[in-house]
Design a protein around this ligand. Structure first.
Ligand code: TXE
Length: 491
């Protein structure tokens, strides 16, 4: 049993209350670690450390290029510790180690290297204002101590995307991972101690969202919140932040459509639709959980899709042969099964899967078959609400206009896929889809260089890219009078 403490001001601390939460391995069903249940005092300790580090420590005075060098060290340390971090995340949320560790060593380490290079590149402007003798210029500045709140499906990825941009911008950070999977973020902090950041630059608190998370958002010295999670937690966070007039970057859920036109390469489309939801068992915010397919190729597409996923192997996430691991925690597992029963009750036709299963090498795990429903209509819960599980809703369309209308008929707008061999048409369709990310003849690509984020209730603000760093910065305008002649206002 591994017991973690929380991290503030360069030291590990036991929770003030002495209380801990169990971390349950979804592959075995066993408690494998304990995480601190941080209370208001613990949160205050972490936020005060971040605030002091920003206002009075070396970090706040550091030159941007020096911050860049610090971020390069974080990238190096991440690569050096990737194996153990991947193993811990697999224990914590069942994500396949082979899906985590290679990414930590490559494109996630690149988050630090990309933002290291950007740290001294965010330039302001000299503005030709209508004021004789005045030099007006703008500059981008950090906010100060910021809160980063992350979800359980990919804790390391989500934390790394936030930390790299927030630190590059010059902020200090307090991270709060999900109570369902906090261990890998605490282990990340253990690794980052090797990078010799000044005390208070990076801090980690853990605990329940509505308590520890709410305390963090509510703290007066937190100047900005970057939130990744569901609409409920996001809305609660936005309300608290609004009452303290602090900005929020909001990365929420989705019900992303994949549009397959009759002129698509249907085998590639079947591969892409399957790849767009089933490998993470649907537990990705950008999962393509709706298949909108042209009526004339509907049956052929469903047949090809079933042929693709019938080869999928569910099993232990450590097993290299495994394609699909377990659902991350029991309450979510139960939610998905309830959504499957609701879809049946609403009249959708179960075309494949739909069952909880017990693979030979993980008989105590939380596994659900990749599931396809046909005969789904737009008004069904399955077409409108996020399942966040391996459940695909198939809906036919008869015209391009109808496809676009159905795709946009959603409270979400996170991502979308378009499959057609007519690229010009695909681009015209992409232009009209209300989503922050649109893939054409591919799905699930994401690199540090390109911004991600949502339309509508999938959130606002962006992560990654230059936009992802500027989201953690504020603009100051400076007016300098080169011919001082300030008149007496009361002469
Ligand atoms: O979210 P929750 P979960 C979404 C995904 C799904 C959800 C699943 O689509 O909807 O995340 O993750 C904390 N005040 N994304 O179940 O419950 C909570 O402790 C302050 C989108 O974890 O919202 C946890 O740390 N904090 C994403 C975090 O919020 C609160 C990619 C998320 O918890 C809180 C991945 C409160 N009142 C998943 N309530 C994207 N768009 O990139 C909860 N929390």
């Amino acid at each position: 049993m591994k017991t973690f403490d929380f991290y503030a001001n360069g030291q590990w601390h036991k929770p003030f209350s002495g209380e801990y939460l169990d971390s349950i391995d979804p592959t075995t069903g066993e408690v494998w670690a304990r995480i601190p249940k941080c209370n208001t005092e613990d949160v205050d300790k972490a936020v005060q450390a971040a605030h002091q580090a920003f206002e009075h420590g070396p970090w706040g005075r550091m030159l941007p290029s020096e911050r860049g060098r610090a971020l390069r060290r974080l990238g190096d340390v991440l690569i050096e510790n990737a194996e153990i971090l991947g193993e811990i995340e697999t224990r914590d949320n069942g994500k396949k180690t082979k899906d985590i560790t290679p990414g930590l060593k490559s494109w996630l380490a690149d988050s630090f290297y990309y933002y290291a290079g950007l740290a001294d590149k965010i330039e302001g402007s000299v503005i030709p204002v209508d004021a004789p003798g005045i030099l007006n210029y703008t500059r981008y500045e950090p906010f100060g101590a910021v809160a980063c709140i992350t979800a359980w499906n990919s804790p390391l990825l989500i934390a790394i995307w936030k930390i790299a941009a927030a630190l590059a911008a010059g902020n200090t950070v307090v991270i709060k991972p999900s109570e369902y999977a906090s261990a890998s973020t605490l282990a990340l902090m253990q690794a980052f101690e090797q990078a010799d950041l000044a005390p208070g630059v990076l801090n980690v608190v853990t605990g329940l969202g509505a308590q520890t998370g709410a305390d963090l958002v509510n703290h007066d010295l937190i100047r900005l919140v970057s939130f990744t999670g569901g609409i409920g937690g996001g809305a609660a966070t936005a309300v608290t932040a609004a009452q303290k007039i602090k900005p929020v970057i909001m990365e929420l859920g989705g019900k992303s459509p994949q549009l397959v036109f009759a002129d698509a390469d249907l085998q590639l489309a079947a591969n892409g639709v399957a790849a767009g939801i089933f490998p993470p068992a649907g537990q990705s915010c950008i999962s393509g959980s709706r298949l909108l397919v042209e009526q004339s190729v509907h049956d052929e597409m469903v047949e090809k899709l079933i042929k693709v996923i019938s080869s999928a192997r569910l099993g232990h996430p450590d097993d290299p042969a495994t394609h699909i691991g377990p659902i991350a925690h029991k309450s979510h597992f139960d939610c998905i099964l309830r959504d499957i029963e609701k879809a049946k009750a609403d009249g959708a036709r179960l075309a494949y899967g739909g069952n909880a299963v017990k693979p030979g090498n993980a008989a105590n795990g939380l596994f659900i078959e990749p599931t396809i429903f046909t005969n789904v209509t737009q008004d069904m819960k399955l077409a409108q609400d996020e399942v966040f599980g391996p459940v695909l809703a198939v809906i036919p369309f008869t015209s391009q206009e109808q496809a676009i209308e159905m795709a946009n008929d959603s409270k979400f707008g996170l991502a979308a896929g378009v499959w057609s061999q007519d690229s010009a048409r695909a681009i015209r369709v992409a232009d009209r889809l209300k989503a922050g990310t649109v893939y054409i003849n591919n799905y699930f690509n994401a690199t540090t260089q390109s911004p991600v984020g949502g339309y509508k209730q999938s959130g606002y603000g962006r992560e990654n890219g230059i936009e992802g760093m500027k989201a953690f910065m504020q603009i100051k305008s400076v007016w300098l009078d080169t011919t001082p002649n300030q008149p007496d206002p009361f002469a």
